[in-house]
Design a protein. Structure first.
Length: 200
């Protein structure tokens, strides 16, 4: 589930370019919410702010719910989270999506550009789910689990449900998932180390 950058309607920035211009003109004045120190949205905002060359004020909350509530009240300006967190508020016009943290646009928000196409090549940040088994689990068991799960993920019912919340089904192989985890851990570990981020 790719993260989506959202704001409340009164915030002046309408595009990611607007956000950057506003951030450069008002250093440290953008209140950027997250669901907590070390959370995916926090890491994404740190990486984007670094790449964009802007300084923002990070406002951590204890979960996505309180962060969304603060944004609805106009207490914070921006928030990265997956679309399931605030889909209802977007549909109601209470929050506005600015950019998607994926390489391709989401069918759920076809008019919302990706950061990748907006001058931040290969910028990706998402919440993803996978199934892990204890080390040493017999390969036939892994193969059986994998085969059954792929059938479920690719079923019409699952695909419809995924699309309705902005999720992208992957159903890759165990080896591909292990490699994706390795790459992601290395990528975010670098951000965490460079910025001295500690989880709450």
């Amino acid at each position: 589930m790719p993260n989506v950058l959202v704001t409340f309607p009164a915030f002046p920035a309408k595009t990611i370019q607007d956000v950057i211009a506003y951030g450069k003109a008002n250093p440290g004045k953008i209140n950027w919410a997250s669901s907590g120190n070390g959370a995916g949205g926090h890491l994404a905002l740190v990486l984007l702010a670094q790449q964009a060359g802007i300084k923002v004020l990070h406002v951590p909350f204890k979960g996505a719910g309180p962060a969304v509530t603060a944004m609805l009240g106009g207490e914070t300006d921006l928030l990265f989270a997956n679309s399931g967190v605030f889909l209802g508020h977007i549909k109601a016009g209470k929050l506005r999506p600015i950019a998607v943290c994926a390489l391709t646009r989401l069918p759920l928000f076809p008019d919302v550009p990706t950061l990748h196409e907006s001058g931040f090549p290969n910028f990706e940040s998402s919440t993803y789910y996978g199934l892990l088994a204890p080390a040493g689990t017999a390969r036939p068991i892994l193969n059986r689990l994998h085969g059954e799960l792929v059938k479920i993920i690719r079923s019409p019912e699952s695909l419809e449900r995924f699309a309705s919340v902005g999720a992208i089904p992957v159903a890759n192989t165990p080896e591909q998932f292990a490699e994706a985890l390795r790459i992601d851990v290395a990528k975010w570990a670098k951000v965490i180390k460079e910025h001295g981020i500690k989880a709450d």
